[in-house]
Ligand binder design. Structure first.
Ligand code: PMP
Length: 406
């Protein structure tokens, strides 16, 4: 990691120079959203100032230039995920919309009463409630893969869950609470052996290590731009063309149609069939610059840097009296959830904030997981490519200081 220069990297993120309550900001809420480098913000400003025009519609110069940027962004995403074709890359508003798109359209086309969808106990609400909406409409059954006390999926029990009613497996790549990195390749192998497709929620994996959708062989993959140093309001759904072709449209409107009449409307080709209305074409440019940014640093290098941070943080935090980690899987990503004695996470979070340290507290949109772990909430520190060991030292000192107050 000799040429991973975190001090130099931090200069690309103006917000990291901010003071909070007179103290330097220590931003450890990257699981919720990441900060944006100048390269992303400047590319978006440049597009608004000098290129802005609606895409795919105009014959005029600006519209064509905006369309080129938007479609080049799609190619950047394709390369980033190693998808086969840009037809497989659908722009959405984020992971949540991507999952809802699949749940709704797959549900409409392929799910009937008594059919089963497998999720896990560690899912974010977006990968639970989307399917519960289908459940309410179609009478499907949700099956839930249990997890161990350490926070790993019970794969043996997962294998036993398949039967003639199983239609879909939808699981997270990395838990936003436990940091668990799930063995998605193995999950896909197991599901495919039963002819069942798999959706992977990649909200917490794409920012941290290389993802290759062809190597994973998943059928659908979702992620959010804002969690990978890109803008808010844009995300991606990858889907295998063979599946996307068979799914009905999600929303109706401009761009997703070929011809419209009151008698019969025909739909556009992929990926446009799923992109009704004016897309956030400036955000797609921003997302592409964010992916360029992390790719230039190297996802492997980012991963190595963050793994070192997690290892160091776990080691330092282990020495804090009464500190308990929630989630101690063997493969753990850049997320550490913890509790200290009986200090309420909200108190811990509020007092750390006063020291300039931004962490998350609460149920992290994973209430069923909280129930499984027998708790109501946690404090969560989540790392990004710009965090440093000095910031972890500040966190540890902050936790110790708050602990002494109680
Ligand atoms: N899944 C996981 C695992 C997440 O961590 C999040 C965001 N916390 C989401 C889905 C939802 O992402 P978004 O709010 O960007 O749609």
């Amino acid at each position: 990691m000799t040429n991973y220069d975190v001090d130099l990297i931090r200069r690309d993120f103006p917000i990291l120079e901010r003071q909070v309550y007179g103290r330097p900001l220590v931003y450890l809420d990257n699981g919720a959203t990441t900060q944006k480098p100048r390269q992303v913000v400047e590319a978006m400003t440049e597009e608004y100032y000098n290129v802005n025009a609606n895409v795919h519609r105009g014959v005029h110069f600006l519209s064509q230039q905006a369309t080129e940027l938007h479609e080049a962004a799609r190619e950047t995403v394709r390369r980033f995920l190693n998808a086969r074709s840009t037809s497989e890359i659908i722009f959405t508003r984020g992971t949540t919309e991507s999952i809802n798109l699949v749940a709704t359209t797959f549900g409409d086309a392929f799910l009937n009463e008594g059919d089963e969808v497998i999720v896990s106990e560690m899912e974010h609400h977006s990968n639970i409630v989307s399917w519960q909406l289908v459940q309410a409409r179609k009478g499907i059954r949700l099956r839930v893969i249990p997890i161990t006390d350490e926070g790993e999926l019970c794969l043996d029990e997962f294998e036993q869950m398949f039967n003639e009613h199983t239609r879909m497996v939808s699981v997270t790549h990395v838990s936003n609470v436990l940091g668990t990195v799930n063995p998605v390749k193995r999950i896909v192998e197991i599901a495919h052996a039963h002819d069942v497709p798999v959706l992977i929620d990649g909200a917490q994996s794409t920012p941290h290590f290389p993802v290759d959708v062809q190597a994973i062989d998943c059928d659908f993959f979702a992620f959010s731009g804002h969690k990978i140093y890109g803008p808010t309001g844009v995300g991606v759904l990858y889907g295998k063309e063979s599946w996307l072709d068979r799914l009905p449209p999600y929303m109706g409107g401009g761009e997703m149609i070929r011809n419209v009449s009151f008698e019969q409307t025909t739909f556009n080709d992929l990926p446009f069939k799923f992109e009704a209305g004016t897309p956030d074409y400036v955000a797609t440019t921003g997302l592409a610059r964010a992916l360029d940014y992390v790719s230039a640093l190297g996802m492997e290098c980012i991963h190595a840097h963050e793994q070192e941070l997690v290892r160091y943080a776990m080691e330092q935090m282990s020495a804090i009296p009464d500190l308990r980690f929630i989630g101690t899987p063997k493969e753990k990503d850049a997320v550490i959830s913890f509790l200290v004695g009986d200090i309420h996470p909200l108190d811990m979070g509020t007092l750390l904030d006063r020291l300039g340290i931004a962490v998350r507290t609460g149920h992290h949109c994973a209430e069923p997981l909280m129930h499984r772990m027998g708790i109501e909430s946690t404090v969560r520190a989540s790392f990004g490519l710009y965090n440093t060991k000095a910031e972890i030292d500040a966190l540890v000192a902050g936790i110790e200081r708050v602990s002494r107050m109680f």
